[in-house]
Design a protein around this ligand. Structure first.
Ligand SMILES: Nc1ncnc2c1ncn2[C@@H]1O[C@H](COP(=O)(O)OP(=O)(O)OP(=O)(O)O)[C@@H](O)[C@H]1O
Ligand SMILES: [Mg+2]
Length: 509
């Protein structure tokens, strides 16, 4: 007889069905695992053997073959332990074969038969829900699985609890979805930032339209501080976005225990981050920082200090909203629709353009430093602003600015306006923001009056704007008009303001 248990494999956010087939036949005692297992899966054999021993169960002195089908899909990770153990227990007639086929199982086994949390429980639960099956997962991951819907979930602490459940001696209750966590990161309030009105306005536009922003200024002018205010003015994720983002974090193992992410992710990798860490990939196909920032913010502080090749690798995801990672025999696509917020000093010493503080190498040092950023990368950044130094006298004399909650209310309003607009064009795209508009949608939505059109055409010719920069400018102008009490038609003032945020080289100021 062949016992069959279902589990899953992951390719990016795609979930593939895997059958674990176990056959016990007469012959020399052996436990063989086939079906392209990687090292962690091959080690499953030993964990399963030890776990069954801990339960007082001896493997039959026969020839046991475990096949992970389809055999051409590489099996990575430790979550196959549970399905392999359940397959053996079913083949040994300890678990009921007729019921086991209705479940998808995943979890890692300890040597004492306890179950350990694994990555990817949320997407596995979504898959189980789609196929009308139940899910068996470790107790620690039960709260996460419960968010997938009203599917049947068994979340035992150990293999023994599960066996008892099927015997009817200890019934497991369904885990409950836990309340989403509030962000643990440090979020500052905009009211704390003195002066810097241009940068604050740019930050508001950025939040409202989902645009990219580059801030440049001398040390200690408040660039990192301004960026840390952004999570406080962004609207929360919609339920659909929350599930989409949480699935990525579940696969990466960065989902807070049991909870769903409801606030927009804010990722700020250090400039020493490698390309696989930022874009994704590596030994196991893991999502990179740009995918963990999906539907949220990727903050790159000290932008020119990042490796050049790493920065150039951002070009494609910034355009397509996806990260394509090539493996030896297949490709993995991770969603990566993030907002890029970057900060930099204008030169290595940091004080280029500040009277009496420039070093003797200016302006060459600024030219060298800024040339680390390529034209194509800068072309993708819609808003580029200067953040000048605030004098110490101003710090104490300038009154507190507007609070983050008031700015957040305006941002929310703009997001509602754009959502209604996108919904009227195509019911499938309510999650779009102004920065996502392209082609026909952009033409239909970014309608300009004659003066605005003339101004934009004139500027495009003088500044020699690329087609991309031209379109990006229209998107920014759309957001500025939306912030202007929801103006339907983009006026010359809106285009004029959008133009002030576009300086192609920081040096050209
Ligand atoms: N405009 C400001 N209003 C109030 N406090 C400020 C302002 N600018 C700077 N500060 C104070 O200075 C500290 C350092 O600022 P921040 O780290 O944002 O500077 P930065 O521009 O990122 O500098 P660097 O280029 O060296 O990274 C802040 O934590 C804050 O206490
Ligand atoms: Mg800083």
């Amino acid at each position: 007889m062949v016992a069959r248990i279902r589990t899953v494999a992951f390719r990016g956010i795609d979930v593939l069905d895997i059958d674990v087939e176990v056959q016990i036949a007469s012959g020399m005692m052996a436990l063989t695992l086939v079906g392209l297992p990687d090292k962690a899966v091959a080690e499953s054999r030993e964990r399963v053997r030890a776990a069954l021993h801990a339960l007082g169960l001896a493997l039959p002195p026969k020839r046991m073959t475990i096949n992970l089908a389809p055999a051409d899909v590489t099996k990575e990770g430790s979550h196959y332990d549970l399905s392999i153990a359940l397959g053996l227990l079913t083949a040994m007639d300890i678990l009921p074969a007729d019921q086991m086929g209705n479940y998808i199982a995943l979890g890692e086994l300890g040597l004492d038969a306890s179950l350990r949390a694994v990555n990817g429980v949320l997407p596995a639960a979504v898959q189980a829900q789609i196929h009308n099956r139940g899910l068996i997962c470790p107790a620690q991951s039960g709260g996460e699985a419960a968010w997938a819907g009203d599917l049947e979930i068994l979340a035992p602490h150990s293999l023994l609890q599960l066996i008892n459940h099927f015997k009817g001696t200890q019934i497991l209750s369904r885990p409950t979805a836990q309340a989403p966590r509030t962000p643990t990161g440090f979020v500052r309030d905009l009211a704390e930032v003195k002066g810097q009105e241009t940068a604050k306005r740019a930050l508001e536009i950025t939040a409202a339209g989902g645009h990219n922003l580059l801030m440049s200024g001398p040390p200690g002018s408040g660039k990192s501080m301004l960026a840390s205010c952004l999570p406080g003015i962004l609207p929360p994720l919609t339920p659909r976005e929350a599930l989409e983002v949480s699935i990525i974090h579940s696969l990466a193992g960065t989902l807070p225990e049991g909870g769903l992410l409801t606030t927009r992710p804010y990722r700020d990798p250090h400039h020493s981050a490698s390309q696989p860490a930022l874009i994704g990939g590596g030994h196991r196909s893991k999502p990179g920082e740009i995918s963990l920032a999906h539907k949220g913010v990727l903050f790159l502080d000290e932008l020119p200090e990042f490796q050049r090749t790493t920065l150039e690798a951002l070009r494609q995801p910034l355009e397509t909203g996806e990260a394509l990672v090539a493996r030896v025999n297949y490709h993995v696509t991770w969603p990566a629709n993030f907002q890029l917020i970057a900060a930099m000093n204008p030169c290595r010493c940091g004080y280029f353009g500040v009277p009496d503080q420039e070093c003797s190498k200016a302006p060459k040092c600024a030219d060298d430093y800024q040339s680390r950023l390529s034209g194509p990368l800068l072309d993708r950044i819609d808003l580029q602003v200067d953040v000048p130094q605030v004098s110490v006298a101003d710090l104490s004399s300038v009154p507190d600015g507007e609070s983050s909650s008031r700015v957040a209310a305006r941002v929310k309003k703009v997001r509602e306006i754009s959502r209604a607009r996108f919904l009227s064009l195509d019911p499938e795209t309510p999650h779009m923001v102004n920065a996502d508009m392209s082609g026909k949608v952009l033409e239909q939505i970014a309608v300009m009056d004659d003066k605005a059109h003339a101004l934009l055409m004139n500027a495009a010719e003088k500044l020699k704007l690329s087609a991309r920069a031209f379109h990006r400018m229209k998107r920014v102008a759309r957001t500025i008009a939306d912030l202007d009490h929801g103006a339907e038609v983009i006026g010359a003032a809106h285009i004029g303001e959008a133009l002030t945020y576009r300086k192609l080289r920081v040096l050209d100021v």
